[in-house]
Design a protein around this ligand. Structure first.
Ligand code: LMR
Length: 394
């Protein structure tokens, strides 16, 4: 029967990972997949994770099932980290998921259950997997303009104009911080304008929060999500622990549904548990348990927050170094946007031909839309990249 299958398009980020592996050059530079790397190129296990794993190994007495929505203690700890006291806990339904992608997938399934004709508005560009999951689920996608190719910031006027088309029963997908793939983000005044639009149109916001702590700080990066969740009747939030806890392969995420009252929360909670059961039954527990231990232990939490902050500052430093080097080489400020972008990524803003040229001539690997993983850089490779950018005529 399987001869009827058709080849599926390769994921361009994962394809790039393979191309990098296959490249024999010693001086190649990997700016592809969104994984944090330290100055030696290692993606370390965070100290607090190691300590929690050690403690878990000693203390855990059973591996029996937990609950369809995962351990409620994980939900509580994550909801507090993401939402603070912006909304009452009693109005938030939540279910653990396999990573942030699992939360995104379950969120899309949920909105389709609620409205089979839902349209999901996505930024142009957005994380490619958003688009492929939506397509796979047969959900209509509407793109809204987002990235300004000239300034490499957000074209907010165009974004608002396009979002006027959203109405009740539609979903507007927003990146809570550290926009992937551009690195360009809304400011608080712009977020407020989006909230006003949401309230006027009745559309439901869905916030993908995959990089909390990588932009301006743990609290700062949650500010927009809190602002939205406390201002509109319903909000979906897909949170990932992959990056900020460095537990990529443990697949740890949480889907939250914020509603206006406690009765709605009950139905949402039951539906999330049902959806988990249909798709994979119980969600993975190991990473979620480590995160819970860290967030609920003052010493572990302080150590984790300090390490995360060091990671954040190191990426900011790399951004500044790259912008400075390009300023030095070109004598102009046209790359200063690199220091203004936040998070792991920056979109350089050149075409796929120049991206390919940089790969061929200089062994620099970035996604074909010119997204660079800033964390893939170090003091040695910054001049190599800056030189490649200038030589290729970006
Ligand atoms: C990325 O955008 O590179 C990451 O979110 C990893 C992935 O799964 O694509």
């Amino acid at each position: 029967m399987f001869e009827t299958l058709k080849p599926q398009p390769a994921d361009k980020i994962l394809q790039l990972m393979q191309m990098f592996k296959d490249d024999p050059r010693d001086d190649k530079v990997d700016l592809g997949v969104g994984v944090y790397k330290d100055a030696t190129g290692l993606t370390p296990v965070m100290r607090a994770i190691k300590a929690a794993e050690h403690r878990l190994w000693e203390e855990q007495t059973t591996k029996t099932y937990v609950g369809l929505a995962g351990d409620p203690a994980f939900s509580d700890a994550m909801i507090a980290m993401v939402l603070g006291d912006a909304v009452p806990r009693s109005q938030v339904a939540a279910a653990a998921t396999p990573g942030g992608t699992g939360a995104v997938r379950q969120a899309f399934e949920l909105v389709k259950m609620a409205n089979p004709n839902v349209r999901v508005f996505v930024s142009d560009p957005t994380w490619p997997n958003h688009l492929t999951i939506l397509k796979y689920l047969g959900i209509e996608t509407v793109t809204y303009r987002y990235f300004d190719a000239e300034t490499r910031g957000v074209d907010f006027g165009a974004m608002l104009e396009d979002l006027q088309a959203a109405r009740k029963g539609d979903v507007i997908l927003l990146h809570g911080c550290c926009h992937n793939p551009t690195g360009a983000n809304l400011n608080p005044i712009e977020w407020q304008a989006v909230i006003d639009l949401l309230n006027r149109s009745g559309a439901t916001p869905m916030i993908d929060l995959a990089y909390q702590g990588f932009g301006d700080g743990l609290e700062e990066d949650a500010a927009a999500t809190r602002q939205v969740a406390s201002s509109v009747p319903e909000t979906l939030i897909a949170a990932s622990c992959s990056k900020n806890f460095g537990i990529y392969r443990e697949r740890t995420g949480l889907l939250m549904v914020v509603s206006g009252n406690e009765a709605a929360r009950g139905l949402n909670q039951d539906t999330l548990a049902f959806l988990n059961r249909q798709n994979y039954s119980f969600p993975p527990d190991h990473g979620a348990r480590l995160v819970t231990m860290i967030l609920n232990d003052a010493a572990l939490r302080a150590d984790w927050a300090a390490e995360l902050e060091a990671v954040r500052l190191s990426m900011l430093d790399l951004r500044r170094q790259l912008a400075d080097e390009l300023q030095r080489l070109t004598g102009s400020d046209r790359f200063s946007f690199l220091a203004q972008h936040r998070g792991m990524f920056s979109r350089l803003g050149c075409g796929p031909d120049l991206v390919e040229k940089m790969r061929k001539d200089h062994g620099i690997y970035m996604v074909s839309d010119s997204r660079m993983n800033i964390a893939g850089l170090n003091a040695r490779t910054i001049p190599i990249l800056a030189n490649a950018i200038v030589e290729s005529g970006v």
